[in-house]
Unconditional design. Structure first.
Length: 435
């Protein structure tokens, strides 16, 4: 317990009397009386304050948090005090997380209740705990400020960004055409026939069904739906270069967010989704599957997956993955390449995988490297750095051209744009029947 401002002000009275007693002995009696009265009041108030007046109950919902997103935590406060209390409340959060809205100031009436909400923003995936509650309030007489520690433990798991998936579902329910959330259809594509309908100017000429047109005496077009039960497999590079941060998150987390969103979109369209994580060895393999439970399975398999300080072995890991896959799939490889050795290993691997699968190579840009190639100053050191950066960027462009000639689709994107670009490319692959 700490003395309150009232206690400090009251302590001035015996102090003044003590100064006066040094000059006039008649003030000794009042000084002692003031000292005794203050000590007695402090002792009584301290005894009253020893009782715990506040109960706290914390709610973390399902206990599943999204990395890099505000996750709401609710505190239910209940007072057992006969007088009003003014509280300051805070919680122990785990390392690598920020708490918005703490400490919180709360007014509680006699035997009152209140609800406090704050937001936890994690920066690392994994299993963690929210710890003890800390509460500060005045004692019954207001002479002390008591700090109370209330033991608490609530387990939470920090997953990749599942809030984007929830937002996608909400928008899809409000507008089935949003993001092509309904089963995508191709007009005039050479896929599964679905139905006949009246021809529109947006349809291809070859989609006209002439027999139906003759019967109905107006132009009738065939409508097709995209093929289902195809497979999308994410190959996530968990090597050294994916430990770099962008936008407050490691590059691997941006890749994981994209993998989960695309898996969700693909499963909603009747396709299968799977995942393969590697660096110098294979870390995770989730065989392609379908159904709503598949996204949850992917979440459980990746929430504690982290990049490692090792060089990635494209040839060894991905060719092993090829042996685990039973049928052709859209293989989405998310990686970053910074040297000629890694680039050539990636190229050889893609050439080998392209015989059975459709590779989509997602190369994450390095904003620091691009900024170095455009120096703000004209010093000799900056110009040498710019020349080296420009050479690396040229090699990167050459690698993308070689990958495209090898039959791969290539995306050169910033980490913040990985999710929308990957989903867009998947929809394009489906619409063009490339898989």
């Amino acid at each position: 317990m700490l003395p309150s401002r009232i206690s400090v002000l009251l302590a001035i009275v015996p102090l003044v009397l003590g100064i006066a007693a040094a000059a006039d002995a008649s003030f000794i009696g009042p000084m002692l009386a003031a000292d005794l009265g203050l000590l007695l009041a402090l002792g009584v108030d301290a005894a009253l304050a020893r009782r715990r007046w506040i109960d706290v109950q914390r709610s973390v919902g399902t206990g599943v948090f999204s990395i890099g997103r505000p996750n709401v935590v609710t505190l239910e406060l209940r007072s057992r005090a006969p007088q009003a209390l003014e509280l300051q409340v805070t919680d122990d959060v785990f390392d690598g997380a920020e708490a918005e809205g703490l400490p919180a100031q709360v007014q509680l009436g006699p035997h009152g209740r209140a609800t406090v909400q704050y937001r936890v923003i994690p920066s690392c995936r994994g299993a963690y705990e929210l710890g003890d509650h800390w509460i500060r309030h005045r004692s019954p007489l207001g002479l002390w400020v008591r700090q109370v520690r209330i033991a608490a433990r609530d387990e939470v798991r920090v997953y990749p960004d599942i809030q984007k998936i929830r937002a996608y579902d909400m928008l899809a329910q409000q507008d089935p055409s949003w993001g092509m959330s309904a089963v995508a259809r191709s007009r005039g594509g050479e896929s599964e026939f679905e139905s006949l309908r009246e021809y529109t100017r947006d349809d291809e000429f070859r989609s006209i069904d002439w027999r139906a047109t003759a019967r109905r005496r107006k132009l009738i077009a065939r409508q097709y739906q995209l093929e289902r039960d195809q497979s999308v497999v994410f190959a996530l590079d968990c090597g050294r270069l994916m430990t770099a941060h962008s936008g407050g998150l490691p590059l691997l987390d941006h890749a994981l967010n994209a993998a989960l969103m695309l898996s969700h979109v693909a499963i909603r369209r009747g396709d299968h989704a799977g995942l393969f994580a590697f660096s110098d060895a294979v870390h995770r393999f989730v065989a392609p599957g379908a159904g709503p439970s598949m996204v949850r399975r992917l979440l459980r398999s990746t929430f504690d997956l982290h990049a490692r300080e090792t060089e990635s072995d494209y040839e060894g890991a991905l060719l092993r993955m090829d042996g685990l896959l039973r049928k052709r799939c859209l293989l989405v490889l998310v990686t970053q390449v910074s040297d000629e050795t890694g680039a050539q290993a990636l190229l050889r691997t893609v050439q080998g995988l392209g015989r059975r699968h459709l590779p989509l190579c997602v190369l994450l840009r390095d904003p620091d490297l691009e900024a170095m190639a455009r120096p703000a100053e004209r010093s000799m050191t900056a110009m040498y750095d710019a020349a080296a950066a420009a050479e690396l960027l040229t090699e990167r462009s050459r690698l993308m051209q070689q990958l495209e000639r090898a039959g791969a689709m290539v995306l050169d994107v910033e980490s913040s744009q990985v999710t929308p670009e990957v989903v867009r490319t998947y929809l394009e692959v489906k619409a063009r029947h490339l898989l």
